[in-house]
Design a protein around this ligand. Structure first.
Ligand SMILES: [Fe+2]
Length: 137
């Protein structure tokens, strides 16, 4: 069973962002499987870095769409993204010091608590702005 199963009620109604979110869940689950399977530090590093990097890229895409519709909640939303990204980078630093398995579990714990809540509440608040009138209205 995946650590974080995707469910359709997590949709924000924008296919590009739903696809990003599904990918994030898949990457969390891949790291979880690698940890549970006793994978090597090199493999954990690959999954760990991919998740942190993809998260940064996703945040940039999401923030660009919020900016495009002049979403008033963008500053506080961006701050939530920044705080999660900062924590991810801190854990990456710890990972590089050699604590691959426990730090990977810390990253999984961070995402498992944060991501679903963020999508439901903070991302859910931009529904009706982001993705509406994207054809140039
Ligand atoms: Fe977000």
């Amino acid at each position: 069973m995946p650590l974080m199963p995707w469910t359709e009620d997590l949709s924000v109604g924008v296919e590009e962002l739903d696809a990003d979110h599904r990918q994030l869940f898949a990457m969390v689950n891949a790291l979880f499987d690698a940890v549970e399977g006793g994978s090597s530090g090199d493999l954990l590093a690959a999954f760990f870095d991919a998740l942190v990097d993809y998260t940064r890229d996703h945040f940039a895409r999401e923030e660009a769409l919020m900016a495009a519709c002049h979403y008033p909640g963008l500053p506080s939303h961006r701050m939530e993204h920044f705080q999660l990204a900062e924590r991810g980078h801190q854990l990456r630093g710890q990972f590089l010091l050699g604590d691959a398995e426990p730090v990977s579990r810390d990253l999984l714990g961070l995402f498992n608590g944060w991501l679903t809540t963020h999508i439901r509440i903070t991302d859910g608040a931009y529904i009706g702005c982001v993705g509406v009138g994207a054809a140039g209205n």
